[in-house]
Design a protein around this ligand. Structure first.
Ligand SMILES: [Zn+2]
Length: 434
């Protein structure tokens, strides 16, 4: 990136911080120097942001960047380009790579790839169990002490279903204020499962994925987290019952947090009815009642945050018959637009709420400093967003190496206009800067 262009900093004029009244923002030396009206600064680059919403850079707790091992589907470089275009300044990279991110060496490799790409802070998530095999704990302490300073651990893609291992993991991470992020899926109840269990699974003749397979694990893990006094984070909550259990656990004062994906906030199991594997995802799309409960849970804070579960897959893995197709959808480049459609448009959240659920809270859960706030003196991690256009989602324009977005062809509101990482623009005028 051309650093010379930033010597005098940036004067962003007329943006609406958190959707409020218009203000100017002066960015210098990587920090927000001032937010106010009528600011000026000789030598600063000017950016007219009239009418744009200004949010703290978005933070994703859950993305699959596929490197090392599946660079045909995504790399740290392409995944962080997608993240920047989506308004993200920090992304947590899940551990189910090849090799698995279960040692200090692998998490440091991923962390370094993120630094090289430079578009977004990459925080590796460490595996809970060695090789994601569910038999013995991975080197949690070594990953925490590594240069990558791992604080979030997950076997995501698989559930840590052994209660003793889950207990030990929760106990272990207390020493360094870590958190275990659980992919809640009871394996026996979901053996061969393809779609939400119910009327649709019966009609399609596909094995059903019952809500209880998620809810039973969440209930058990909330009780375990309370028992050992440790922090549990629940990945991609997908059912109304899960929201109720998490609400109950939070009511007890237990250290339980949770995330919901954009796709579970907008799409229902009806999308699966044409056997299009673009809509095949783990956990599966659920009913409209579940979607309503997830939105209500996100609105009232029972669900802390939105996390993309960005899961790029190659065409060969996705464009095949339903049973053989991989689970997962891309999401980094559409997340904010989907949240506008699902939460802002119906009046369930305002922009301050979106900043909380997509930046401040995920940063707090990830123990990530320097993100999540719009504050003078703090790092200038910012996104400028135009909520007014409504445009068709075109995966051909995406920077992700994969094209498996379920929103392809749909009309969604909004456009990310600019993203700044520590005062450096990674996206300007809706395009990558380098
Ligand atoms: Zn998962």
């Amino acid at each position: 990136m051309n650093t010379a262009m930033n010597n005098g900093g940036w004067l962003i004029s007329g943006a609406r911080p958190l959707g409020g009244d218009a203000a100017d923002v002066l960015v210098r030396d990587g920090r927000i120097e001032q937010i106010g009206r009528g600011l000026d600064q000789a030598g600063a680059q000017r950016l007219d942001a009239s009418g744009l919403i200004l949010l703290p850079g978005l933070v994703d707790l859950h993305a699959h960047l596929r490197e090392p091992g599946r660079e045909d589907a995504e790399t740290v470089a392409t995944g962080t380009a997608a993240a920047a275009l989506g308004g993200f300044t920090a992304v947590h990279a899940m551990a189910n790579t090849d090799p698995v991110a279960d040692t200090a060496g692998v998490v440091e490799q991923i962390w370094r790839l993120g630094r090289q790409a430079g578009r977004c802070d990459v925080r590796p998530v460490g595996a809970v169990t060695a090789g994601l095999a569910g038999r013995q704990l991975a080197e949690l302490g070594a990953m925490a002490d590594s240069a990558a300073r791992v604080r979030v651990f997950s076997d995501d893609g698989r559930c840590v279903h052994d209660a003793v291992l889950m207990r030990r993991a929760l106990e272990y991470v207390r020493a360094f204020d870590g958190v275990i992020a659980q992919h809640a899926q009871e394996p026996r109840l979901t053996d061969g499962a393809q779609v939400n269990e119910g009327e649709i699974s019966g009609r399609l003749g596909l094995a059903g994925w019952p809500a209880v397979a998620e809810e039973a694990v969440i209930a058990r893990d909330c009780l375990l987290a309370a028992h050992v006094g440790s922090a549990l984070h629940v990945c991609h909550v997908s059912t109304a019952g899960s929201v109720e259990i998490i609400r109950w656990a939070k009511g007890k004062g237990w250290q339980v947090t949770a995330e919901v994906t954009p796709h579970h906030l907008l799409l229902t199991e009806e999308r699966a009815a044409r056997y299009d594997p673009l809509f095949k995802v783990n956990p599966p799309l659920r009913t409209s009642e579940d979607v309503a409960a997830l939105r209500a849970g996100l609105a009232d804070g029972t669900i802390d945050c939105v996390a993309t579960d960005h899961a790029p897959h190659s065409l060969e893995d996705k464009e095949t018959e339903w049973q053989a197709a991989a689970f997962g959808m891309t999401g980094l480049e559409t997340a904010l637009r989907v949240v506008q459609e699902a939460m802002i448009e119906p009046g369930l959240l305002d922009w301050a709420g979106v900043a909380d659920r997509m930046s401040a809270r995920p940063a707090a859960i990830g123990r990530l400093a320097g993100h999540g706030r719009l504050a003078p003196g703090g790092p200038a991690n910012l996104v400028l967003y135009d909520p007014s256009p409504r445009e068709v989602v075109d995966p051909g324009q995406h920077a992700s190496r994969s094209r498996n977005t379920p929103f392809a062809g749909m009309v969604l509101p909004g456009r990310v206009m600019a993203t700044f990482l520590r005062g450096q623009p990674t996206v300007l005028d809706g395009k990558l800067t380098s």
